[in-house]
Ligand binder design. Structure first.
Ligand SMILES: Nc1ncnc2c1ncn2[C@@H]1O[C@H](COP(=O)(O)OP(=O)(O)OP(=O)(O)O)[C@@H](O)[C@H]1O
Length: 250
């Protein structure tokens, strides 16, 4: 079964038709990259999977989004519970002004978990998974805001992992990071797909080619091509894709 499925998604911001008939099926334990020029709808489409677009008043969506075979817009699901299953990492690291420990424990605490040992174990496991443990294990009480940008982004990934989502959405997770931090996060994404299904927006073609299994190319609200990443980069079916990945437009 597919982990995520979009069926004929039409999305409007007021009069603006931002997504035009997008269908896509994503297998579990894969990394999918969304590429395309600015404003083509990548982030909008990503946000359909955690119903974050619901927070925008003018937004109207038609079509179906299925997660584990279940339509998240039609079924009577609890949106808050649903969002817990879908982790999201944003472009700019956004740690809370709290300690490193409390940042990672936050999602558990708001779910009412107070058991000290469980919290400690989960924080350690999540920081290890996010490849940050060795760098912060002696400073867990230190403010998260004192970490470097790259460390903050891995902390935000750890915070996401602590609540054990099954899908992680990433919207340009490395765009604010230097090359070394970017390499660490990319390595991490590669590791994480053993456990999670990852969908990421990226403007970096090399990154898409390096970390993703499948790549989707969007243009002006349409999904132009969606295929195995090596095919998209070396032998795409559409001329527009070829032009974009070779830097001839966008
Ligand atoms: N909250 C909003 N209200 C109205 N229009 C919006 C809103 N968010 C996005 N749009 C419009 O929808 C279109 C798609 O935007 P989106 O942010 O999804 O594109 P993108 O491909 O992710 O762009 P970028 O690469 O620049 O982040 C754009 O024309 C944008 O102006």
């Amino acid at each position: 079964m597919y982990k995520l499925e979009a069926r004929d998604i039409q999305l409007y911001y007021g009069q603006k038709h931002a997504l035009k008939g997008i269908s896509m099926a994503i297998k579990p334990n894969t990394v999918t990259a969304f590429i395309g020029p600015s404003g083509c709808g990548k982030s909008t489409f990503l946000r359909c999977f955690n119903r974050m677009n619901d927070l925008i008043d003018t937004c109207r969506i038609e079509g179906e989004i299925l997660i584990d075979g279940r339509d998240i817009y039609k079924d009577r699901i609890n949106v808050v519970d649903h969002r817990k299953k879908i982790g999201m990492v944003f472009q700019k690291p956004n740690p809370f002004p709290k300690s490193i420990f409390e940042n990672v424990a936050y999602g558990l605490r708001i779910n009412g978990i107070t058991h000290k040992k469980f919290l400690e174990e989960t924080v350690e496991r999540s920081l290890r998974q996010a490849a940050l443990w060795d760098e912060v294990k002696d400073d867990l009480k230190k403010s998260a805001l004192a970490l470097s940008g790259g460390q903050q982004q891995r902390l935000c990934i750890a915070r996401t992992l602590a609540v054990e989502p099954s899908v992680i959405l990433m919207d340009e997770p490395c765009s604010a990071l230097d090359p070394i931090s970017t390499a660490k996060v990319e390595e991490l994404i590669h590791e994480l797909k053993n456990k999670y299904t990852i969908v990421m927006v990226t403007h970096n073609m090399q990154q898409a080619a390096r970390v993703s299994d499948r790549t989707a190319f969007f243009y002006l609200g349409e999904l132009i091509e969606y295929d195995d990443t090596p095919t998209i980069f070396t032998n795409p079916a559409k001329e527009a894709t070829q032009n974009y990945v070779t830097g001839r437009f966008g």
